[in-house]
Design a binder for this molecule. Sequence first.
Ligand SMILES: [Cu+2]
Length: 356
Amino acid sequence: MTATTSRSTRRRFAGTLGLLGAGGIGAALAPDGVRIERAPAADAAPDHGHAPGAAVDRQQTTTEPNADEMDALHEAGVMSFPAPTAGLGGQPLAFELDGDVKVFRLTCQVVQWEVTPGKWVEAWTYNGVTPGPEIRVTEGDKVRIHVFNELPQSTAVHWHGLVVPNNQDGVPFLTQPPVKPGGAWTYEFQIRDGNAGTHMYHSHHNAAFQVTKGMLGAFIVEPKDPASRPAFDREYTIVLNDGPLGAYSLNGKGFPATRPFAAKRGEKVLFRYMNEGLMIHPMHLHGMPMLVTAQDGYLLPQPYMCDTLNIAPGQRFEVIVEATEPGVWAFHCHILNHAESEHGMFGMVTALIVEE
Ligand SMILES: [Cu+2]
């Protein structure tokens, strides 16, 4: 490696761990001495901006660009990644203690959601974000969850993967009445021992509409004994969704507005996948294999290695990636028309950044 490329590499990865908050890989990837301007902000022209990297609809392939035009569109998308958008889902949900019960609040709301730069869609949400806020508890915890319905439809919340009393399972007319518009409902249960792992909560009423529009979230159960699960240095959750919310999304955003994942060389990174969409999505990480350690929360008797993992609707997988290879590694769904068109990458595409 020449001194020049070494310097370039150092610069390329400088600050990428901080990049999870803001910033841009586009700038980080720029050749030495070349400043790459970010495309105009999304709110400047929400519907008809055609600035590269901003409001180009990368999923539509209505034109047939020549090679240079095509390359320019592809480059602009990558250079704008991660493109800033309003709204961030999946952040930890605070609780209050009532005695030894952890009390959470979820409000079902319709909001406008910026799924890619400049593309605003109607999202149905918990607490105004999609994915909804992350609920994280520990085996044995007693939880109470107040649900307030501000939607124009009835709803109910199902605790997907959790073993709960039948009347807390959240299926209208089967285990409870629907929660009407303007109404509220309270769920209460204790997390059973043996139910640790990656789970979900989502609407179970008109669900093909409500869930794909955004009414979903991660429900993570920590084990009482951390040594009972594989060790890791940092963790990320990846919620897959498809359908009305801008077609194909990772954690509520489509590329280039997806957020990259970062790790330092040598770290073990836990990824928690969950599919809340209507289609299967084979997630593929370049550069390093994934060790699949758990499915639907349950530890596998024989963990296995792979580089592409099929994740069907409803399924969750926990995988450990050993971040041995520095670089910016593509990380995407391998049904290719969920990830790329003539206009560049879109949808279910992000990156794992491994820093030296
Ligand atoms: Cu896919």
